[in-house]
Design a protein around this ligand. Structure first.
Ligand SMILES: Nc1ncnc2c1ncn2[C@@H]1O[C@H](COP(=O)(O)OP(=O)(O)O)[C@@H](O)[C@H]1O
Ligand SMILES: [Mg+2]
Length: 472
């Protein structure tokens, strides 16, 4: 049963310069044929990239597309109609921006905090004048792997006005403030939850941010949360998926964020690889068995060790064999007590089918470019901005733009700017602590570079321009 080596589709891994790789060959253990890789180099690389995929005769291109490349890849996918993108560009629609997450939720009637999106700043101002507070204001699009760094609570119109004047977010993205117990990240493969954990805010705070002192744990994630995550994954037709669900003090569940790009332990990426091998081989490879609530047990292992554990497999429950952990164990779930293995029948791994039409064509849905503002006057200098340290573990807060640059790449980039040499690069890295911090500064507040002796505002302008160009 299943496809022979010759019949199997040709796989390619989609890589991007400067972006953390979600998969590599080791996640596809046992795949008998060569797996190609294709790397997107940004900047005018579209045609070359398309040609490379054609030359390598790739049938299935696997990988996450970061927000900043999303629109280009919609064009690339159109030029490669015979290539199956996994996840599809439509599934990755939510990767691009919070606005897209919201539009996706609106379409499928999925619960989210009440949200208002304004491209017209006058309208936004009028609405904020009349609004009830507190409200949450967020940056919709752009690098945000700093969990909550671009999320603000405002308690009055005056505060909202001041914030927007300072930040100049476009579009203006406003949500009702939802008092919550915690938020819960759920990861799914083939619509089945495979890992879930709570993130709780520090005492007295509202932001459930583990990188700023919040905590996480894997225990007793409620049924309503898992059910919502499954519903969302199905609506997105996602081969793999992560969902942040707000668990409100009112007991209601609402989606905060969802995407295909998220931080996950290597063993989870192995499971995705196994799932895809099953999906693409017409049953030649085994469908992985991933028991419900495995995370409560795996979560007891130290994260440092978990990070090194690979290809975790579980035996399935059989009635005749009563020694199996997941066969004997009971759990309170929803209203009643159930055997864990019974939950595996309810939450099945399902086969996600290829899609042949476009659900979210850019001509219609790319508001962001259609309604973009004229270039803004340069922002006021504000060197008091605190740049938090990005977290790199699986509790990482955000999905968008996990741009990761090595010291060498950073050095290459900075020295490409006239006026910056190796010595200055060294000073910059030393000043901010490490490469990630410098990237954070480049993303969020490049004006801080003037804190370094010998770096003038004029030089910063050049850096900004080069950085923008690099990510285009
Ligand atoms: N509408 C809201 N009401 C209350 N808290 C919120 C709301 N939206 C976000 N938060 C809090 O802010 C955090 C970050 O918001 P999120 O939308 O996930 O942005 P980020 O991209 O920074 O992760 C959430 O994890 C949650 O704790
Ligand atoms: Mg988040």
């Amino acid at each position: 049963m299943g496809l022979s080596n010759k019949e199997l589709p040709k796989l390619g891994l989609l890589y991007m310069d400067y972006v953390l790789r979600f998969f590599d060959h080791s996640n596809f253990k046992g795949w008998p044929n060569k797996i190609e890789t294709v790397t997107y180099h940004w900047k005018n690389d579209k045609e070359r990239f398309i040609q490379e995929v054609k030359d390598k005769k790739i049938d299935v291109l696997i990988g996450n597309i970061p927000a900043t490349a999303y629109e280009t890849f919609r064009e690339i996918a159109r030029a490669l109609p015979h290539v199956r993108f996994i996840p599809s560009l439509d599934t990755q629609f939510s990767n691009k921006s919070k606005e897209n997450v919201t539009r996706f939720a609106w379409k499928y009637d999925l619960p989210i905090p009440k949200t208002y999106i304004y491209y017209n700043h006058k309208k936004a101002d009028e609405a904020l004048k009349k609004a009830k507070y507190p409200k949450i204001i967020k940056k919709s699009y752009g690098p945000s792997n700093y969990g909550g760094y671009f999320v603000h609570k405002v308690d009055s119109y005056e505060e909202a006005k001041k914030l927007l004047e300072e930040k100049r977010y476009h579009p203006v993205y406003v949500q009702d403030f939802v008092p919550m117990e915690a938020d819960i990240r759920v990861m799914l493969i083939g619509h089945k939850p495979v890992c879930a954990f709570w993130r709780r805010a520090p005492e007295g705070e509202w932001l459930t941010n583990t990188s700023q002192g919040g905590s996480m744990d894997y225990n007793d994630v409620p049924k309503s949360v898992l059910d919502l995550a499954v519903k969302v994954s199905k609506a997105a037709k996602a081969e793999y998926w992560a969902c942040d669900v707000a668990y409100g003090k009112d007991g209601k569940v609402r989606i905060l964020e969802c995407a295909t790009a998220f931080a996950a332990f290597p063993y989870i990426r192995d499971w995705i690889g196994e799932y895809l091998m099953w999906l693409l081989s017409e049953g030649r490879f085994r469908k992985p068995h991933i028991p419900m609530f495995n995370w409560e047990e795996l979560g007891k292992i130290s994260p440092d060790l978990l990070r090194t554990m690979r290809h975790i497999t579980f035996g399935e429950f059989h009635a005749s064999y009563d020694g199996a952990y997941f066969g004997k164990k009971k759990k309170m779930y929803g209203e009643k007590e159930v055997y864990l293995h019974e939950l595996d029948k309810k939450y099945k791994i399902s086969a996600v089918k290829p899609r042949y039409s476009e659900e979210w064509p850019s001509e219609k849905w790319n508001y962001q470019d259609k309604l973009s503002l004229k270039p803004l006057r340069s922002l006021k200098k504000d060197s008091n901005v605190e740049v938090p340290k990005p977290t790199k573990d699986e509790s990482q807060e955000s999905f968008r733009d996990e741009v990761k640059i090595t010291q060498e790449e950073l050095s290459d980039f900075l020295t490409s700017v006239k006026g910056i040499g190796k010595k200055k690069v060294k000073k910059i890295v030393e000043h901010f602590g490490d490469v990630d911090e410098v990237i954070g500064v480049l993303h969020q507040n490049p004006n801080m570079l003037t804190e370094i002796k010998g770096i003038t505002e004029k030089l910063v302008k050049k850096v900004k321009k080069a950085w923008k160009k690099l990510l285009k």
